[in-house]
Design a binder for this molecule. Structure first.
Ligand code: NAP
Length: 251
């Protein structure tokens, strides 16, 4: 595939992401607290998370391994950052959530697999065929600033995912109002962390597929945070008034 064709495909994929986000603003993705019946067959929630998060990283690795001769250590580090996130999400996060007895619609898992496969394809194809990072890339401003942002985002995402997981005892499936730290400002600091993380990744990679990935992440997570926030306010009459959904003071 030429780079021009690749660019056309990826711009189309980004436009689709914006369209999907408009749909998600009207219909909350039916998993977690928004799960409802009527979405077809359901599967075990933990299994769903694992199955959803694995294929993208495997496809990315396929392109990297099959084009190993065109790689250098820089590509290896960029791929490593991506794998670091996804190994946690597929094999650590999915086992840590307190989700006994909960189910997730199979259709959500299928959408998740498609999302991860297409993003894994675009990133993997880029790293395998088009990437040309020189060894001094590690001292460029975008790599240094992007890595700092990526690290900050991952820290926030893990910290607040962890806090949410521990709001429940093992075996519980209910919900309470979270307090403390960034929860005093926003309802969904974990989702904010994920958006910061992939914005940092786009900056440190300085390539089109990483930009496309953050567009899709925001397209998923901005509507999800707004749905969570609305849900909290409806569920808890005493929900803190001043708290925003995702971005302190803004949204
Ligand atoms: N890159 C992307 O496009 C993308 C898309 C979706 C998700 N993600 C990431 O995947 C992770 C999970 O996303 P999510 O939307 O499922 O997060 P979430 O709704 O905040 O839930 C995180 C975990 O905490 C539990 N939980 C949440 N709020 C709770 C409360 N008030 N009381 C008790 N337990 C609570 C949830 O249980 P329940 O599941 O039972 O509600 C779930 O196990 C996040 O890190 C997110 O950034 C990324």
């Amino acid at each position: 595939m030429t780079y021009e064709t690749y660019q056309h495909l990826i711009y189309s994929w980004m436009v689709l992401g914006v369209v999907i986000s408009l749909v998600l603003l009207r219909v909350a993705a039916p998993f977690g607290r928004h799960t409802t019946s009527g979405w077809g067959p359901m599967i075990n929630n933990r299994m769903g998370w694992m199955v959803m998060e694995m294929p993208g990283m495997m496809l990315l690795m396929y392109f990297v391994i099959t084009n190993i001769t065109s790689q250098n250590i820089v590509t290896g580090v960029l791929v490593g950052f991506y794998m670091f996130h996804y190994i946690n999400r597929a094999f650590v996060y999915s086992f840590r959530i307190h989700t006994r007895g909960k189910k997730i619609p199979a259709i959500v898992v299928c959408f998740g697999i498609c999302f991860n496969l297409v993003n894994g394809f675009f990133l993997g194809y880029y790293f395998g065929h088009f990437a040309q990072y020189s060894l001094d890339y590690f001292i460029t401003p975008q790599f240094i600033a992007g890595t700092a942002l990526f690290g900050t985002g991952i820290y926030i995402n893990w910290k607040y995912d962890n806090k949410l997981i521990h709001l429940r005892r093992s075996g519980d499936t209910g919900y309470v109002i979270p307090f403390g730290g960034l929860f005093e400002w926003v309802s969904c600091p974990n989702l904010l962390g994920e958006i910061i993380e992939w914005s940092g990744y786009a900056l440190l990679c300085w390539n089109l597929p990483a930009v496309s990935f953050v567009v899709w992440t925001a397209a998923n997570l901005i509507p999800r945070a707004l749905s969570h926030h609305k849900w909290y306010k409806k569920r808890f009459g005493d929900y803190p008034e001043e708290r925003k959904a995702l971005f302190p003071f803004v949204l």
